[in-house]
Design a protein around this ligand. Structure first.
Ligand SMILES: Nc1nc2c(c(=O)[nH]1)N[C@H]1C(S)=C(S)[C@@H](COP(=O)(O)O)O[C@H]1N2
Ligand SMILES: [Mo]
Length: 198
C-alpha cells in the first residue's frame, strides 16, 4: 500500500483516458431499461443468424469450451459516467464468428428481455468485442447482464447488450432500442456521438 489518499489513485490529471463530457466513477452503476431477466445457464443459448438465414448456436457448455480471454478495458456510458480498467473474462466475437459465413455489414444484438442494439459487423471483429461471463474475477451478476453480456468497450456502453442471446446479421442496418429512441446509430464516445445527428 502506498501513502496516497483513497480516491487519488483513480483519477488521472488531464483526463487522457476520459472522452469529452464524461466523469470518472469508481462504483459500477446499473442501467437497465426494464426488469432483470433471470436466465438459467442450462437454458441459455447464443445464436448467430446470417443474412441468408443460416443459424449457429452455442449452449452454455459450448461457450465455456471456447478459448477465453482476460480483457481490461475502459467503459463509457452515455449518461456520462466512465469507469477505467474494468476487468472481464469472455470469448472474443472473432472466435464465435470464425466459421460463420457472411457478407453482412451490420449486426443487431438481441437480449433476453427484448432489448436490442445495432452495430456495424466490423466493430464486433478484430479484438473489439466479446461475450463476457465474468467481471472482476466473479461470475457476472444478473443485474450487470449475467450469465453473459456483449462487451464492446470502444462504443458507448448501451451497445454492450446485457443478457445477450444472439446476433442477427443483415445487409442494411436495423436500429435497436435506444437508437430508435433517438440515440446515435454508432455511438463513438470520443466523437461524443450521443444522439442522432451528433
Ligand atoms: N439488455 C440490456 N442491455 C443493456 C441495457 C439494457 O437496458 N438492457 N442498458 C445499456 C446501457 S444504457 C448501459 S450504460 C449498460 C449498463 O450496464 P451495467 O448495468 O452493467 O452498468 O448496459 C447496456 N446494455
Ligand atoms: Mo447507458
Amino acid at each position: 500500500m502506498g501513502i496516497v489518499s483513497p480516491g487519488f489513485t483513480g483519477r488521472r490529471g488531464g483526463g487522457a483516458d476520459l472522452p469529452p463530457g464524461q466523469y470518472l466513477t469508481r462504483d459500477f452503476p446499473v442501467l437497465s431499461a426494464g426488469p432483470t431477466p433471470h436466465v438459467l445457464t442450462e437454458h441459455w443459448e447464443f445464436t448467430v443468424t446470417t443474412e441468408t438465414g443460416e443459424m449457429s448456436r452455442w449452449d452454455w457448455a459450448g461457450l465455456l469450451a471456447l478459448p477465453a480471454e482476460d480483457i481490461t478495458k475502459d467503459i463509457h456510458c452515455v449518461t456520462r459516467w466512465s469507469k477505467l480498467r474494468t476487468e472481464w473474462k469472455g470469448v472474443s466475437l472473432d472466435t464465435l464468428l470464425a466459421d460463420v459465413e457472411t457478407g453482412a455489414d451490420f449486426a443487431l444484438a438481441h437480449s433476453y428481455g427484448g432489448y436490442t442494439t445495432n452495430l456495424p459487423l466490423e466493430d464486433l471483429l478484430d479484438g473489439q468485442a466479446w461475450i463476457v461471463y465474468e467481471y472482476d474475477g466473479e461470475p457476472l451478476d444478473p443485474e450487470h447482464g449475467g450469465p453473459a453480456r456483449l462487451l464492446v468497450p470502444h462504443l458507448y456502453f448501451w451497445k454492450s447488450a446485457k443478457w445477450v442471446r444472439g446476433l442477427v446479421l443483415t445487409d442494411t442496418e436495423d436500429l435497436g432500442f435506444w437508437e430508435t429512441a433517438g440515440y446515435h446509430e454508432y455511438g463513438d464516445p470520443w466523437k461524443e456521438q450521443r444522439y442522432a445527428g451528433d
